[in-house]
Design a protein around this ligand. Structure first.
Ligand SMILES: O=C1N[C@]2(CO1)C[C@H](C(=O)N1CCC(COc3ccc(F)cc3Cl)CC1)C2
Length: 304
């Protein structure tokens, strides 16, 4: 409980958290949450992990489609993103994103202990999803990854640039590198314009220290992939210039999972769920079908 007489904690946009759905993470930071609850009995829980610099609002259409299938969808803005507290698009340890995701997932599982759980992650949210599922390999019936960050883009992360980033991180960790180039998010100009106009997105430069955390997450995934045995669906565009498709191909080829699928979208840009309308629709159909097919059949007592 807040100190008596203390000013109410407010979101970066100035809204009291007492007026917003939220959780408080282990560091005492308020994370803005969204929930899409079906009218009837939900069949499964779906956690959506958004990417770097964005927030969970742009996943509303995807969540509505899942809600229509009687799935209970939930998400939060990661620390330092959107309507959550924290230094904008910066994190002292990538593990915080995973810890907070598990906190939210465990909260929803405590409310719905009999429901299977899925994760859907995009880009950096894909890396969060992979590492979250690796921490709890038996907890998720499926993981859907839309252009996940699995490998560094070899053109942008040359050994020299990685060396310089590590050197700079020691000297000037708050130095900013370039920002996310929105033109590479989608071939649909309206989607790019919406991204650029969305004030809940972070449009500033990426700190060297944040880049280092992303690189550390990439290195951790390289170590984890040979032990991934949970079911997953990979969706990636082969014209993605922000998260190289080779990462998804490597994950598909090197994980021992016996229930894995990869679908490549020719010419697809990074945010496939916001790419050209026909691609976005295909992505929604693909992931809703895959999730539905992976909901375990009701056990005998559940069926009674
Ligand atoms: O629709 C969407 N998608 C979004 C935004 O809006 C794209 C964004 C997102 O998560 N990434 C795109 C950029 C990428 C940069 O990666 C690095 C940069 C420096 C570095 F040193 C090491 C790495 Cl790995 C991380 C992943 C989410």
């Amino acid at each position: 409980m807040p100190e008596p007489g203390a000013a109410p904690r407010r979101s970066p946009q100035g809204v009291p958290y007492s007026d917003l759905p939220h959780i408080v993470n282990a560091d005492g930071l308020h994370l803005f949450c969204r929930y899409w609850e079906p009218t009837g009995q939900p069949r499964a829980l779906v956690f959506i992990a958004h990417g770097a610099g964005e927030h969970c609002g742009p996943y509303d259409e995807m969540a509505q489609r899942l809600k229509e299938l009687s799935l209970l969808v939930f998400a939060h803005d990661h620390v330092g993103h959107g309507q959550s507290e924290g230094d904008r698009m910066n994190i002292k340890d990538f593990q915080i994103y995973i810890r907070d995701s598990l906190q939210h997932i465990d909260l929803m599982k405590s409310r719905h202990p009999d429901l299977p759980v899925f994760i859907v992650g995009h880009s950096m949210g894909g890396a969060i999803s992979i590492l979250t599922a690796c921490e709890r390999p038996g907890d998720f019936v499926g993981v859907v990854l839309i252009a996940p960050l699995v490998q560094m883009n070899p053109e942008s992360a040359t050994p020299f640039k990685v060396f310089m980033a590590k050197l700079l991180n020691h000297m000037l960790p708050s130095l900013t590198m370039g920002s996310i180039e929105s033109k590479w998010l989608s071939r649909d100009k309206r989607q790019v314009e919406a991204y650029d106009a969305d004030e809940l997105n972070y449009h500033g430069g990426m700190r060297v220290s944040f880049g280092m955390q992303l690189m550390a997450a990439v290195e951790r995934m390289q170590r984890e992939i040979p032990s991934i045995s949970w079911p997953f669906l990979l969706l990636h565009g082969d014209a993605d210039k922000l998260c190289d498709i080779r990462g998804s191909r490597m994950m598909y080829d090197n994980s021992p999972s016996t229930d894995k699928k990869i679908k490549i979208y020719e010419g697809g840009y990074h945010a496939l769920h916001h790419d050209l309308p026909e691609v976005a629709e295909s992505v929604l159909k693909e992931l809703t079908t895959w999730i539905t097919e992976h909901i375990p059949a009701a056990t005998s007592q559940e069926a009674q």
